[in-house]
Design a protein around this ligand. Structure first.
Ligand code: ADP
Ligand code: MG
Length: 238
């Protein structure tokens, strides 16, 4: 579960085409990082996959199913945003269970999933606290917990750490990496930070002005950048 395929996808806003025809496959279980300078289309691409924006032309498949016209909630994906909107008056437990409660899942199954997510995220001791009693990193984990309980086919992260300070960012990078290891679920992670891309990715997708400049493992990109833009961005010796 969790293969994502873009076939000749384009996106225009009005007369401006920000994504020219683009093909890309993210394999099941892969940790893919979209990297590139500000305004290159990383968020747009992620939002197209999530269904938060409609493609102008082309098709998107998830596990072989055409989801181009499928509503976001029915795509089986979980999007983790940079600003984590938790409910301040609810306990951590209730915050994490929120999407399950909305879906009308029975209480016993909700409890099981929340406790499993809390255990993966080291939040077991914090389930009865309110978000205001947690650190920034713990709050970010609660937001991720809310995504985990839905057991998505893939997680989509849009610069989730950019509001955190350097030390916390380092810790969260490690935690997201561990989360990927333990869940073995496809993750797409957007960042403009080369260090994040190089340290976290199985596969890096380098974007410039909506165009994929190169796709490869961190080592492949470092050793064999296709052009000066990729070399400069990845920090290869030239
Ligand atoms: P990134 O996330 O890489 O910084 P974005 O995907 O946010 O880039 O933006 C890519 C391009 O699309 C930019 O030129 C941006 O101005 C434009 N864009 C993004 N969203 C919209 C929108 N809703 N309306 C018009 N232009 C947009
Ligand atoms: Mg963005």
């Amino acid at each position: 579960m969790g293969q994502i395929k873009l076939n000749q996808v384009t996106k225009s806003f009005g007369d401006v085409q920000v994504i020219p025809p683009l093909d890309l496959t993210i394999e099941e279980g892969e940790f893919a990082v979209f990297v590139g300078p500000s305004g290159c289309g990383k968020s747009t691409l992620l939002r197209l996959i999530a269904g938060l924006e409609d493609v102008t032309t082309g098709h998107i498949e998830i596990d072989g199913r055409d989801v181009t016209n499928v509503q976001p909630a029915q795509r089986g994906l979980a999007m983790v945003f940079q600003s984590y909107a938790l409910y301040p008056h609810m306990s951590v437990r209730k915050n994490i269970a929120f999407p399950l409660r909305m879906a009308g899942m029975d209480e016993a199954e909700q409890k099981k999933r929340v406790e499993r997510a809390a255990s993966v995220l080291n939040l077991t001791d914090y389930l009865d606290r309110r978000p205001g009693q947690l650190s920034g990193g713990q709050r970010q984990r609660v937001a991720i917990g809310r995504a985990i309980v839905r057991e998505p086919a893939a997680f989509l992260f849009d610069e989730p750490l950019s509001n955190l300070d350097a030390a916390l960012r380092h810790g969260m990078r490690m935690e997201i990496g561990e989360l990927h290891q333990s869940l073995a679920t496809t993750m797409i992670y957007v960042t403009h930070d080369q260090v994040e891309a190089m340290t976290m990715a199985d596969k890096i997708v380098v974007l410039r002005a909506g165009v994929i400049e190169q796709v490869g493992s961190p080592l492949e990109l470092y050793r064999s950048p296709r052009n000066l833009f990729v070399a400069g961005f990845i920090g290869s010796p030239t």
